[in-house]
Design a protein around this ligand. Structure first.
Ligand code: CIR
Length: 270
């Protein structure tokens, strides 16, 4: 168990990356038809499934108890469970993803979340993708994007307040799909971000480490406990993180990147 501390406003907090549980969903063969902004080539299904397997094996190796949900062939992007819900030790929130083809995924995760989160809240208006939600040590940042609108962000902020979390609403630069496509947490005082998010006002007071040139896609790294999961082809990023004394776990992401996904998208963690 990781120690928790009370912080101002009575909010309970643990480091935002000390997880004990996760949910993933096995990719369906239809995943190769997942949404992509640039109309690029389909991923190779075997390669994509291997990348998903590597993610799952890593979470288990890092001692998380992982629930694996069955594939959903009718929803090509359903393996990206991060976008349909938020999970915290205090409860979970069902979101309203902004892409019409993904709206139906929410109903398919409700039961699994309800089984593990007695306190299950639900958005009823606007849109938010979980990829736009970054949990920091003392607050949650919601990035407005092509998938997350202000009505959704404001409703989500009210639901997060019920769970005891403070919220800030940020802008997401148009160069990235989701807010977290462009940034991730290195530790509670340090963000790793693409240049377009280096001056994000919500990161004032935190150290922002900018992605090395040509490695902007590495920004979607994922810290789990004391280990940072990072795409294995981002060698300058790996060197930069290792030079900071961090333990890193390189993982393949080439195929999921073809459908605009990265490391955080494939799991829900709490
Ligand atoms: C989509 O466009 O919705 C999927 N192809 C990729 C979702 C990536 N999710 C994430 O960044 N949280």
């Amino acid at each position: 168990m990781h120690p928790r501390k009370r912080i101002r406003g009575g909010m309970t907090s643990s480091a935002p990356y000390h997880f004990t549980h996760a949910i993933v969903r096995t990719p369906a063969p239809s995943a190769i038809h997942g949404i992509r902004a640039d109309g690029g080539p389909d991923p190779d299904f075997a390669g994509l499934a291997a990348e998903h397997d590597a993610h799952l094996a890593t979470l288990r190796d890092l001692r998380l108890t992982v629930t694996v949900l069955p594939p959903l062939d009718a929803f090509p992007d359903a393996l990206f469970v991060e976008d349909v819900a938020l999970t915290f030790p205090e409860g979970a929130i069902l979101l309203r993803p902004g892409a019409p083809s993904r709206a139906g995924e929410v109903a398919h995760i409700r039961e699994a979340l309800a089984a593990q989160h007695p306190r299950l809240l639900e958005m009823t208006s606007g849109h938010v993708d979980g990829g736009d939600v970054l949990r920091l040590a003392d607050r949650v940042v919601i990035g407005l994007s092509a998938r997350t609108d202000r009505a959704g962000a404001e409703q989500l902020a009210a639901l997060l307040a019920e769970l005891g979390y403070k919220t800030e609403i940020a802008g997401t630069p148009p160069v990235v799909l989701h807010f977290k496509t462009g940034c991730g947490l290195i530790d509670t005082g340090t963000i790793f971000a693409v240049p377009a998010l280096a001056d994000c006002p919500q990161f004032a007071g935190l150290e922002v480490v900018v992605t090395p040139p040509g490695e902007e896609e590495a920004a979607n790294l994922l810290r789990v406990g004391d280990t940072i999961l990072v795409g294995d082809r981002w060698t300058a990023t790996r060197a930069l993180l290792e030079a900071r004394g961090l333990s890193i776990r390189p993982l393949p992401t080439t195929q999921i990147a073809r459908i605009d996904a990265g490391l955080s998208c494939m799991s829900l963690r709490w």
